[in-house]
Design a protein around this ligand. Structure first.
Ligand SMILES: [Zn+2]
Length: 170
């Protein structure tokens, strides 16, 4: 009978969440046995048997951190602030997406392409980082649109590359 009782209380080798119990490690102030556990992340922690068996403690603390990190990246507002590969970074405090909104003065209906009355041609422009990365006029509207699209694509690729390089450093 006593043997069974001991076995039930011996948590050695048992797994609770991310924690694997290594051995008994003292007694808590409340009289509960405490156990030395190894977390899946490699940390060693001493946990009260009550907290282990009731699933109150499931890691060294890294589980909670992972959860809050996951919540952070799931939150659309946070994600917007962090930015992702498809979002161009902030330029002088304003997002490129906002800069490229179709203005009411733009009669072409295509972002970055407008009709230049003086030359009688279609102007394709892309203003970025304080300078024009594209500023050309075309007699054919479609050529202007194609040029603008091409410039956007190059800019996006450049930004993607930058993002990759930055994250590799960090
Ligand atoms: Zn851990």
């Amino acid at each position: 009978m006593e043997e069974l009782f001991m076995r039930l209380l011996d948590l050695s080798g048992q797994q609770f969440g991310r924690l694997t119990v290594i051995r008994r490690d003292g007694t808590a102030k409340n009289g509960n046995a405490t156990w030395l556990c190894k977390c899946s992340c490699g940390n060693l922690v001493t946990v009260d048997s009550y907290r282990l068996r009731h699933g109150i403690t499931v890691s060294c603390g890294c589980y909670r951190r992972d959860i809050s990190k996951a919540r952070l990246t799931k939150d659309p507002r946070t994600r917007k602030q962090i930015g992702n590969a498809t979002n161009l970074p902030l330029v002088n405090g304003s997002n490129v997406a906002a800069l490229t909104k179709i203005s009411s003065r733009n009669i072409s209906g295509v972002i970055g392409v407008s009709f230049d009355k003086r030359s009688g041609k279609w102007a394709a422009r892309l203003f970025y980082h304080g300078r024009y990365v594209l500023n050309q006029t075309f007699s054919d509207f479609n050529d202007a649109v194609a040029a603008r699209r091409q410039a956007e694509k190059q800019l996006n690729q450049k930004e993607d590359l930058k993002t990759v390089e930055e994250s590799a450093e960090g």
